[in-house]
Design a protein around this ligand. Sequence first.
Ligand SMILES: [Zn+2]
Ligand SMILES: [Zn+2]
Length: 130
Amino acid sequence: MPDQDPPISCPLDGTTMERVNIAGVAVDRCPACCGIWLDRGELRAIMESGARGRARIEAWDRDECDDSCGRPNPLLCPRDRQRMSVHRDPRQQHVEYDLCPKCGGVFFDAGELKDLTHVTIAERLKGMLG
Ligand SMILES: [Zn+2]
Ligand SMILES: [Zn+2]
């Protein structure tokens, strides 16, 4: 299971990423650029964790340590070295993430996951209220 995986290296700068627990989901974060790596299924798990997961992301996904201007293109997947492709969230065009076509992992620059979860959960609440 993912908890037993060896540490992975940040696709942006090669720093060994640290494991962070978000509402029961173990995700990998780069201590240098604050980028976040999610394996397949982990994004959905965080989205479905609701307010608890969002509070954790708000607490540590910091825009201010973003250094994405130096990013290589394309990024290589830290798990299988596949070239990752850039995607934009259909509802939030400013949110970009890199997706590995082989393992389904995604990499978010600092602050982007927070933006994504913020609006998605807000929209869901709006839908529930009618
Ligand atoms: Zn990094
Ligand atoms: Zn991959």
